[in-house]
Design a protein around this ligand. Structure first.
Ligand code: ATP
Ligand code: MG
Length: 239
């Protein structure tokens, strides 16, 4: 078998705040394959976002090991970690996290500025990504001139523009109505298929999970169940 893209072993994460320590993750062991589309589900407080932050190299566990694309994450220096994150991972958030005063095009171009790509190439790639997510003709709209679903498409284009191998999406449909949620899931399914991406989606909604190939369920900081989805839901992408 090929090496998985993500390999977690006995990951433990505790938050030390004002009150008693919170053991948010209590020994997570799991693999996620290259090109796999996975949902992480579980009730509020079960550790989903904590797990996503660790997967995204935004935070470090107390103990355990995390291998991402063959790199032992815990052993990397902060600047190596930032490099790995920028190269390998695209992030999508519940509330889109777009820059309000920048156009769709400028929002998508942003990660390429940090990656040191020249202006003309930035424009070309950002336009290509906006086209890919179905936003041709909306390049110069600002977020408040776009619907929620369109804003999430901009955010997905931005996540894709550095050509990552992994998309991490924490509740990407949490702020959207049902039919828009299905459109966004159809887009993610297409990207998964056509761009050969691994996608990890946190969701509360069973229906959203059913669009993925596998559902990992967390409870109280532990994996309680992993199931393959037999008949994946396929939404028809709206044009
Ligand atoms: N920065 C923090 N400091 C202290 N405790 C935290 C912090 N972040 C999360 N926690 C606690 O860790 C546990 C797991 O939180 P997490 O945000 O990972 O849950 P979640 O599954 O994403 O929940 P939700 O579905 O509500 O988003 C919770 O008990 C939470 O209160
Ligand atoms: Mg959360």
């Amino acid at each position: 078998m090929n090496q998985p893209l993500i390999k977690l072993e006995e990951i433990v994460k505790t938050y030390y705040g004002a009150g008693a320590p919170v053991r948010a993750l209590r020994g997570i062991t799991l693999d996620i394959g290259e090109h796999e589309m996975t949902a992480i589900m579980g009730y509020s407080g079960s550790g989903k976002s904590t797990l996503m932050n660790l997967l995204g190299c935004l935070d470090k566990p107390d103990s355990g090991s995390y291998t991402l694309a063959g790199y032992e994450v815990m052993a990397l220096a902060p600047e190596q970690l930032a490099f790995l994150r920028n190269r390998l991972i695209g992030f999508v958030f519940q509330n889109f996290n777009l820059l309000g005063r920048a156009s769709a095009l400028e929002n998508v171009t942003m990660p390429l500025i940090y990656a040191g790509i020249k202006s003309r190439e930035r424009q070309r790639r950002a336009l290509e990504m906006l086209n890919l997510v179905g936003l041709k003709g909306r390049e110069h709209h600002r977020p408040n001139q776009l619907s929620g679903g369109q804003q999430q498409r901009v955010a997905i284009a931005r996540a894709l523009v550095n050509r990552p191998r992994l998309i991490l999406a924490d509740e990407p449909t949490g702020a959207l109505d049902t039919s828009t949620s299905h459109e966004i899931m159809a887009l993610l399914q297409n990207l998964h298929r056509e761009q050969q991406l691994a996608i990890v989606i946190v969701t509360h909604e069973n229906e959203i999970g059913q669009h993925c190939q596998r559902i990992i369920r967390l409870s109280d900081g532990m994996v309680v169940n992993t199931e393959a989805v037999k008949n994946q839901l396929r939404a028809i992408p709206a044009k």
